[in-house]
Design a protein around this ligand. Structure first.
Ligand SMILES: Nc1ncnc2c1ncn2[C@@H]1O[C@H](COP(=O)(O)OP(=O)(O)O)[C@@H](O)[C@H]1O
Ligand SMILES: [Mg+2]
Length: 254
């Protein structure tokens, strides 16, 4: 059997830096040209596309909507036919550059109806993920809508938080909820945008496994404001430390 890919999901309250961190992690993982990386933007606002400099061809939600519309017109399509079409559409929706592929999910799936299409898509995204060595998911803020299409695949949950009490509470809740993920191997918190003066107090109060502390880096905000690709962000000691911490989180030394 093929080794399963490492599937890392970045989650946390809105604004804590999920998209920025996802982009930095993708950049680090793709530095090894032998590692095939799939980046998944699971936030309907599709910010990861900018941070990676990748175009959004079509979102999974658009594929789903189009198919549902066709099915309404020709409801007799059989399952094999559906699967072939979704598989084709999903591949067409991927954008690729070197060892990186990018997929945007768009809006989360609604409840109830069109279960067959939703289930097939989930299965196909799982199959797709299996063709990569690493998958990085930029999750969305909401707890309820954690995207079932992708979250079941997660092996490593990186909960991002800034110094605020609110985001730390969300982090604790997400870390608790992570127990429900069927394939989870590790979960921890990454504090982002911390000012050195608040670090000691926040770390002392933190009950979660600590992945890393990343400070406020002006270049990140600057690149974000201009919509520039994080692949062009100047390499720095902070970047190298973040990369080491993420690789350790993914591959703990025995
Ligand atoms: N380490 C950092 N240093 C400086 N600014 C940051 C850092 N991480 C994130 N930001 C900024 O914080 C804001 C929110 O980040 P973003 O990644 O979009 O968060 P999220 O995806 O969680 O909503 C953006 O303006 C981003 O540039
Ligand atoms: Mg975001």
């Amino acid at each position: 059997m093929e080794p399963r890919p490492v599937v890392i999901a970045v989650c946390g309250k809105g604004g804590v830096g999920k998209t920025s961190l996802s982009a930095l992690i993708v950049r680090s993982l793709t530095r090894d040209p032998a590692r095939r990386v799939l980046a998944v933007d699971a936030d309907p606002a599709v910010g990861l596309a900018y941070a990676l400099g990748m175009p959004v061809v079509k979102t999974v939600d658009q594929i789903r909507q189009e198919l549902i519309q066709t099915l309404g017109e020709a409801p007799s399509a059989d399952k094999e036919e559906l699967l072939r079409r979704l598989d084709y559409d999903l591949f067409a929706a991927l954008s690729e550059r070197d060892n990186l592929a990018f997929l945007a999910i768009g809006r989360p799936e609604g409840h109830g109806c069109f279960c067959q299409v939703n289930q097939l898509l989930r299965q196909l995204i799982g199959d797709l993920a299996g063709r990569f060595d690493a998958v990085v998911i930029d999750g969305e803020a909401g707890l309820e809508q954690i995207q079932r299409r992708v979250m079941d695949l997660v092996t490593h949950l990186l909960v991002a938080s800034d110094g605020s009490l609110k985001s730390r509470r969300v982090a604790a809740t997400l870390h608790h909820m992570a127990r429900e993920l069927p394939d989870l191997q590790a979960a921890g918190v990454l504090f982002n945008k911390l000012a050195p003066v608040e670090e000691t107090e926040i770390l002392a109060a933190n009950p979660l496994p600590l992945i890393h502390v990343l400070h406020e880096i002006p270049a990140i905000r600057d690149f974000d404001r201009r919509g520039r690709s994080f692949f062009d962000l100047p390499w720095s000691a902070e970047m190298a430390k973040l990369e080491d911490a993420v690789l350790r989180f993914l591959n703990p030394r025995p």
